[in-house]
Design a protein around this ligand. Structure first.
Ligand code: PEP
Length: 254
């Protein structure tokens, strides 16, 4: 059975103290909510990772992830962080291909393919984000855009490596806007993604791939979104900054 995941993306928010206190609140509240086939992940800025990694090791109900990594192992890349460094402080996941990285930092599918390889080589699980802009949806190009992102970003992976990925469908028009894809719109794209995975790999890999929905997910809309047959949880931005909202979204699993 594929894993259900609720992952928080703090983005560039919370100083060190505020991040630690939010994480501690989440740990305290989430403890009894998570069962074997479910996972809660918090993707923080780099400055929190070491401390959150330590707390996560002791607690085990929540895993920790980064929001980006560099594609190289090490070297003269001032200001960058490698996958090995992230892994070394206890993180398990890394978000790659978030639309904000694609849009503001010019990250291309080709670069993301390199980053995915770097993450996997260091035993970090990528949460690989794909999704269309509003124009692309209005022009009815969203399926093509998503297919390209899959083909150029991750369909070069071996079956073994592909099986370690988590995917996140995040329509760009829904991220941070308060606009959410309807459960039907999201389900339609998730089913399409799973069909593409089955065509490239096989039915069993497609069935076992966790595909999260992201885009203005909140405690009110999460249950209906997550009840769709191909939606396996969420990548949560704004609502992950409030412990109550984030844990209420986690609770919709049960
Ligand atoms: C995100 O950043 O991945 C996201 C989905 O943000 P929000 O929930 O704020 O739309």
């Amino acid at each position: 059975m594929r894993k259900k995941i609720v992952a928080g993306n703090w983005k560039m928010n919370l100083d060190y103290t505020a991040g630690l206190s939010l994480f501690s609140e989440v740990l305290n509240m989430v403890n009894d909510e998570v069962t074997g086939s479910q996972e809660v992940v918090v993707c923080s800025p780099y400055i929190h990772l070491n401390s959150l990694g330590q707390l996560a090791k002791e607690n085990k109900s929540v895993s920790v992830g980064a929001q980006n990594c560099h594609q190289a192992e090490s070297g003269a890349f001032t200001g960058e962080i490698s996958a090995a460094m992230i892994k070394s402080v206890g993180a398990e996941y890394v978000i790659l291909g978030h639309s904000e990285r694609r849009q503001y930092f010019g990250e291309t599918d080709a670069l993301l393919a390199e980053k995915v390889n770097a993450a996997l080589k260091n035993n970090l699980k990528p949460i690989f984000c794909i999704g269309e802009t509003l124009d692309e949806r209005n022009e009815n190009r969203h399926f093509n855009v998503i297919k390209q992102q899959l083909e150029n970003g991750i369909f070069n992976l071996s079956e073994e490596d592909f099986s370690k990925l988590v995917l996140a469908y995040e329509p760009v028009w829904a991220i941070g806007t308060g606009l959410t894809a309807t459960p039907e719109q999201a389900q339609e794209v998730h089913a399409f993604i799973r069909k593409e995975i089955a065509a490239k790999y096989d039915d069993s890999i497609a069935d076992n791939t966790t595909i999260l929905y992201g885009g203005s997910c909140n405690p009110k809309n999460a249950a209906e979104l997550f009840s769709q047959s191909d939606i396996d949880g969420g990548l949560i931005g704004g609502a992950s900054l409030k412990s109550r909202d984030f844990v209420d979204i986690v609770k919709t699993f049960n």
